[in-house]
Design a protein around this ligand. Structure first.
Ligand code: BES
Ligand code: MG
Ligand code: ZN
Length: 498
């Protein structure tokens, strides 16, 4: 389900297959030349014969004619002195994994830091990280693993094997965290429901020194979380609020708070969704899944910062006890909401979770992640998450981390026009905009903004990016992407660690 072994070696392995880097124009990288000499020039000859371009990310492979190794995979490194971004290096790792996965059980990668230019940390580490991320697949329910890849070990050839191996630990931890997010997002709703997901959070974080509180329905009732409870009331599965703590900073430092939408299944409620595609709504807890993965990454790497993760967990179902369109609820903040559409449930549960989080933790910053609207997919496709914020500096910091990690965000506007669109005639607000006001993702964000007080806040609408149907997504196979874990981990390291 994921590559077993990624390690760094300073002596070449006999009989494994070999991956060499080729620049645009056809020259081998210096580590590649080392192997070419060992093979009496065979690699270079073959690359010329095939006419391999060396274009960045392109790969080709051929059987080795000698008995020194099984296969040779050539991967394009592009223009030789062009600096590659962290994301390009990860993507290179993904291409290498894909080119080699069916060929052999083990490969040696002959691309070292000296072969590439990058502004970030070790190029080889980033390549290894990308290969690891690409190798994860959700195959646990396949009783026969017919198409399973052969490849089980990748050895990176380097003169610096020991220190590189040690430094890779940090990346492996982040990958483990991404895999946790991908796993819980992929699992169906008969496995992942509020209680089971809250238990997973405990099981994952307690052994790492994190703390986990789980609020039940009674506690939420006492707190007055009626917007959240209204969504949950049609389901047999009780809602939970899982609060994850990582206290890596000093006691007086305000925490960075992440809030994740965790609708473990969104049928739409009484405003029922059409049947076609409804099964995809098992992924409607991706925001909460990302918060969980992020906290795991932070705890594994022991980041020196105080972080709180709030997973707001409910199931949105139609039943005799379900909330009706037109019901009015009083949120924890005291503001009243007319629920005109029970399928606009994400903003209702987040209203109480955001209010609770800012009220209890006085965050330094608060960021929520939610598969909030179909409209964000209309606007930004599956390429960008929608970024909304009440603070330009915060938005810039998130954009920087987005550029570094390749998890793309696009900032969207928030203005009074959209804010007015959710004023209700009988309550303080309604949960969908008046028909004349379009821009569904913006009105949803304006709704959330009414519950953040004046805390610095950003909202990521991840409805279009939490999963992919595209097997060619470079560092992720088809299915859950784990979007947000690397992005927000980078944000914590660069904008929050003192
Ligand atoms: N979970 C959905 C949003 C969604 C749609 C996520 C498609 C992923 C893919 C959300 O709860 C929802 O149903 N939103 C409605 C809002 C509408 C009723 C204002 C939508 O987008 O249709
Ligand atoms: Mg919905
Ligand atoms: Zn939803």
């Amino acid at each position: 389900m994921v590559i077993q072994d990624i390690s760094f070696v300073s002596a070449p392995k006999d009989s494994a297959s070999i991956v060499v880097g080729v620049y645009a124009g056809g020259q081998l990288s210096s580590s590649g030349l080392f192997f070419n000499d060992k093979f009496s020039g065979e690699i270079e000859k073959n690359i010329k014969k095939i006419g391999f371009s060396g274009k960045l990310f392109e790969t080709t492979s051929f059987v080795s004619s000698g008995d020194v190794c099984n296969y040779v995979v050539a991967v394009g490194l592009g223009e030789s002195r062009k600096s590659l971004t962290g994301f390009e290096l990860k993507r290179l790792g993904g291409s290498i994994y894909d080119a080699a996965k069916k060929l052999d059980t083990e490969v040696v990668v002959a691309i070292d830091d000296a072969d590439l230019t990058t502004t970030g940390s070790s190029a080889q580490l980033q390549i290894a990280f990308g290969a690891l991320l690409k190798s994860w697949a959700f195959d646990k329910y396949k009783t026969e693993k017919k198409d399973a890849p052969k490849l089980s070990s990748i050895y990176f050839f380097t003169s610096d094997a020991d220190s590189r191996q040690k430094d890779f630990g940090k990346y492996r931890n982040i990958a483990e965290a991404v895999f946790l997010t991908r796993l819980v997002v992929s699992e169906p709703a008969n496995v992942i429901y509020p209680e089971s997901l809250a238990e997973i959070a405990k099981k994952e974080l307690l052994p790492l020194g994190g703390k986990v509180e789980i609020l039940n329905k009674h506690q939420m009732t006492v707190l007055g979380m009626n917007a959240l409870l209204g969504v949950a009331q049609g389901s047999e599965n009780e809602p939970k609020l899982a609060i994850l703590h990582w206290n890596g900073g000093t006691a007086h430092e305000k925490p960075v708070v992440f809030v994740g939408k965790g609708v473990t299944f969104d049928s739409g409620g009484i405003s029922l969704k059409p049947g076609e595609g409804m099964h995809e709504m098992r992924c409607d807890m991706a925001g909460a899944g990302t918060v969980l993965g992020l906290l795991k990454a932070v705890a594994l790497n022991k980041l020196p910062v105080n972080v709180v993760g709030v997973m707001v967990l409910v199931e949105n179902m139609p039943s005799g006890t379900a909330q009706r369109p037109g019901d009015v609820v009083k949120s924890m903040s005291g503001q009243t909401i007319e629920v005109l559409n029970t399928d606009a449930e994400g903003r209702l549960i987040l209203a109480d979770a955001l209010w609770y989080a800012q009220d209890r933790f006085s965050p330094e910053v608060m960021i929520d992640l939610a598969t909030l609207t179909g409209a964000v997919i209309v606007a930004l496709g599956h390429e960008f998450a929608g970024l909304f914020s009440n603070d330009d500096t915060l938005a810039e910091q998130i954009k920087k981390s987005s550029d570094a990690t390749g998890e793309k965000v696009w900032r969207m506007p928030m203005t009074e026009h959209f804010n007015k669109g959710i004023d209700s005639t009988i309550a303080d607000m309604q949960n969908i905009a008046k028909p004349s006001v379009r821009g569904g993702s913006i009105t949803a964000a304006q709704f959330l903004k009414r519950f953040v007080n004046d805390v610095k806040w950003a909202h990521l609408d991840i409805a279009g990016v939490e999963s992919t149907n595209d097997d060619d997504l470079f560092i992720c196979s088809e299915g859950a992407t784990g979007f947000g874990v690397c992005l927000l981990y980078d944000f914590l390291c660069n904008a929050c660690v003192k």
